[in-house]
Design a protein around this ligand. Structure first.
Ligand SMILES: [Zn+2]
Length: 326
């Protein structure tokens, strides 16, 4: 069975593994991302990790990379990896590993890879028009329309995290304000929780988590506080869920989608986020064709990045959604 070497390059960690035609992962390895190191050092880390995972495996089908966005004219420029700006990652990987490959090196946005992974083996297997979303440290997305991933001019189609959901709202890393990412990402939820704690309006449980964290509370801790009944924490997640829902409804209106699949670390908090998200979608998507758009939780939680990158590779090289081999 053919094997694809998959890489998932994020702001916190680099992960790699070999994925077969059924989406099964082997030889998984990871290491921290040295995002502030010189570009060549981060490239060396990436190549070492990939070489470790490939080992003596003969003739791989290809290399599939999911990397934080955006993509630029000459390469990758991930917002959360300052080391790489306009960095020709694909060319470097081709030069180093190209001889042992039967197929191409594909480098794509990690949220697009997630969307394609969900379309291959996850929650969007039966759907041709859908949005895949990652709500995590940041917010990303990929759109499959008529069974094909939307790329756009430089490959950046689907950047739903930078739709404006709160005009005049919080400052975003992109330079604008009120973007979905600045208002509803894990980073935004944690920031808003910290300011509630600082000004004394947080509930007792949220405050306890904040104090225990030494003032650097995470979105996961906010979710824990919400689950144990803290209303201030539940309100923060409810707001984030509604804002994600608003962006989903806008995307569905623009693109005639049937489904949104939402994954990522923040989405793993579950119904506390999904319930207000679905309510907002139902309240906002009111046109004949948008009413009834479904919101599902992502199905590929473990190593979705690696399986997604492999799905992206297979989908592109075959020109159609890869079949599910059982
Ligand atoms: Zn933005």
């Amino acid at each position: 069975m053919e094997l694809i070497a998959a890489l998932d390059i994020g702001g916190t960690k680099l992960a790699a593994g070999l994925v077969d035609g059924r989406g099964r992962l082997r030889n998984r390895a990871q290491r921290p991302t040295r995002g502030n190191a010189p570009a060549e050092d981060l490239l060396a880390d990436t190549c070492d990790l990939l070489a470790e995972v490939i080992g003596s495996t003969p003739r791989l089908a290809g290399i599939a990379v999911g990397c934080g966005g955006p993509m630029s004219e000459h390469g990758v420029s991930p917002v959360n990896i300052p080391a790489w700006r306009d960095f020709p990652l694909r060319e470097h990987l081709e030069e180093r590993f190209g001889n042992g490959l039967r197929g191409p090196v594909v480098v794509d946005n990690d949220a697009k890879a997630m969307a394609m992974g969900e379309g291959w083996l996850g929650a969007a297997r039966d759907v041709d028009n859908y949005l895949g979303m990652v709500v995590s440290t940041g917010v990303g997305g990929g759109i499959v329309l008529d069974g094909r991933i939307l790329d756009g001019r430089l490959g950046n189609a689907g950047h739903i995290g930078h739709l404006i959901v709160v005009p005049g709202g919080a400052t975003c890393g992109c330079g604008h304000s009120g973007c979905l990412e600045a208002e509803a990402s894990g980073t935004a939820i944690a920031r808003d929780a910290a300011s509630l704690c600082e000004d004394g309006s947080a509930g007792a449980t949220l405050r306890k988590h904040w104090e225990a964290s030494g003032g650097s509370i995470t979105a996961v801790q906010v979710a824990e506080a919400a689950r144990s009944g803290d209303e201030s924490a539940a309100a923060l997640l409810g707001r984030a869920g509604r804002l994600v829902g608003k962006a989903i409804a806008d995307a569905a209106t623009l693109l005639d989608l049937r489904l949104a699949v939402v994954g990522g670390g923040v989405a793993q908090v579950g119904e506390i986020l999904f319930e207000p998200m679905r309510a907002e979608v139902a309240a906002t998507a009111r046109l004949l064709y948008t009413a009834g758009i479904e919101v599902r939780a992502a199905a590929l939680s473990t190593d979705a990045g690696l399986v997604g990158a492999a799905a992206d590779w297979l989908w592109r090289t075959r020109g159609e959604r890869p079949e599910v081999v059982s």
